[in-house]
Unconditional design. Structure first.
Length: 213
């Protein structure tokens, strides 16, 4: 199957600047799972982020306005935070927070692609003299809001080496739940059988969103 035959699924990653390593892990894991599983089922996941997909330009109130629309045609929102919350925008405490709230609005619209939100809070050991404690307090407050107000089950990552296996598992579970037709679909299905399985297995929301691809 050539790249032109894969159905492209976009996912967005949002984070402040202290989790660059985890952003790189997300991109690497997605590419590995594309080759291991997703492409075999007719799909290719593309990671979207401000650093790779935004275009320079002038905004009305804040440059963040030029980044938010990147989430509009994504099927999954991934947020990763550690000790930093980020720099304020015109309306929010940080770009990551604004992207998260934009994603929440999209999630409430069944006619749009966004299927789910995955939030990770890194709790790795850190030098106590390094963090900005005001920033960390904002992360802690956001963590509470995500859980108590928005009813989102987040993932606490206690060790750096824990992030990759956790994210890989969650990514694959998300794919089979919303995109790939469920646990019953075989990875090595014949092309015609696979095409039939994919069509029958798509969730109602993804069936709607796939018309726009």
């Amino acid at each position: 199957m050539t790249s032109e035959q894969y159905k492209e699924i976009k996912i967005f990653i949002a984070s402040p600047g202290d989790v660059i390593e985890q952003r790189q892990t997300v991109r690497r894991v997605v590419e590995e799972e594309n080759n291991n599983h997703f492409k075999h089922n007719g799909y290719e996941i593309k990671v979207v982020g401000w650093e790779t997909h935004s275009t320079p330009g002038k905004a009305k109130k804040h440059p963040q306005e030029l980044i938010n629309p990147l989430i509009d045609d994504c099927a999954l929102f991934i947020g990763v935070l550690w000790t930093k919350f980020g720099s304020p925008t015109a309306d929010y405490e940080s770009g990551t927070e604004e992207e998260y709230y934009h994603a929440l609005e999209l999630l409430d619209n069944p006619g749009l692609p966004l299927c789910d939100i995955l939030i990770y809070f890194c709790r790795f050991p850190v030098d106590p003299y390094v963090p900005d404690h005001d920033q960390f307090a904002k992360v802690a407050s956001f963590r509470k809001t995500v859980s108590e107000k928005h009813k989102i089950l987040y993932c606490d990552v206690n060790k750096k080496e824990q992030f990759e296996p956790e994210f890989r598992r969650h990514l694959c579970e998300w794919f089979w739940k919303y995109i790939g037709g469920g646990e019953g679909m075989r990875l090595n299905a014949e092309p015609l059988e696979l095409e039939k399985s994919l069509k029958e297995g798509l969730s109602e929301k993804f069936e709607t969103m796939s018309k726009g691809f």
